[in-house]
Design a protein around this ligand. Structure first.
Ligand code: PRP
Length: 212
């Protein structure tokens, strides 16, 4: 079904950490973000006359963009690496900078010994790919949040997680063993929208890039 031309461009925004920076960027370009500032519990909000913002959880941003119900999305590279999907990644927005790292108890010698190590993570696919590349067999335990708890409680030998300031690791007696990859917020576009609404999307991407 193609009714994309009848509605404003739909931009899925990741709620939470990336939201403030995304709104600041839209305002810098000149969009009226009043509705986003006064959103209350609303989930779909106008941004000027030509954009509709959809507030969603990171993984759902990808689902909505992939399925074409949102034309574009702002989502962290961490979620893209974990979830994958069929869409175009058109810009690195520069904010939401952090990194994936392997971490564990301070002073721990992770690579010592031949026993199969247990890794706790919110990102099992990222962790699996990281250890596969090393040719290392590991057990992966999926944790939904505060992954740092797992090595502290001796559930795992290490974690694969996002490190931003490093504060959470430090305050819990943990340290980075190995950097995995740098991360930041990305602008993604649906594969059909990029053709059907090419001019609008190109114009928006250009003004975003000019204001980064
Ligand atoms: C993320 C991540 C770390 C923390 C890192 O968790 O999983 O726990 O932030 O940030 P820092 O290096 O600045 O301390 P988040 O706060 O998103 O919450 P969660 O653990 O509940 O997912």
């Amino acid at each position: 079904m193609n009714n994309t031309k009848k509605r404003p461009l739909r931009l899925a925004l990741t709620k939470g950490r990336l939201e403030k920076d995304t709104v600041a960027l839209l305002e810098k370009i000149g969009y009226d973000c009043k509705a986003l500032h006064e959103k209350g519990r609303k989930l779909i909000l106008p941004v000027g006359d030509s954009i509709e913002a959809v507030l969603a959880k990171a993984a759902d941003v990808i689902t909505y963009v992939e399925n074409g119900v949102c034309d574009m999305g702002v989502v962290g590279k961490d979620t893209i690496m974990e979830a994958g999907g069929k869409f175009f990644e058109v810009a690195d927005l520069g904010f939401g900078r952090c990194r994936f790292a392997l971490a564990g108890k301070k002073g721990g010698d992770f690579y010592q010994g031949y026993n199969v190590k247990t890794i706790a993570t919110k990102y099992p696919n990222v962790a699996r790919a990281f250890f596969e590349k090393k040719g290392m067999d590991v057990d992966i335990v999926k944790i939904e949040g505060s992954v740092e708890l797992a090595p502290l409680l001796n559930l795992s030998d290490a974690i694969v997680d996002i490190v931003e300031t490093g504060g959470t690791l430090k305050e819990n007696g943990l340290e980075v063993y190995e950097e995995i990859s740098p991360l930041s917020a990305r602008l993604i576009v649906n594969r059909v929208s990029i053709k059907l609404r090419q001019h609008e999307i190109e114009a928006l991407v250009k003004s975003i890039e000019a204001n980064l």
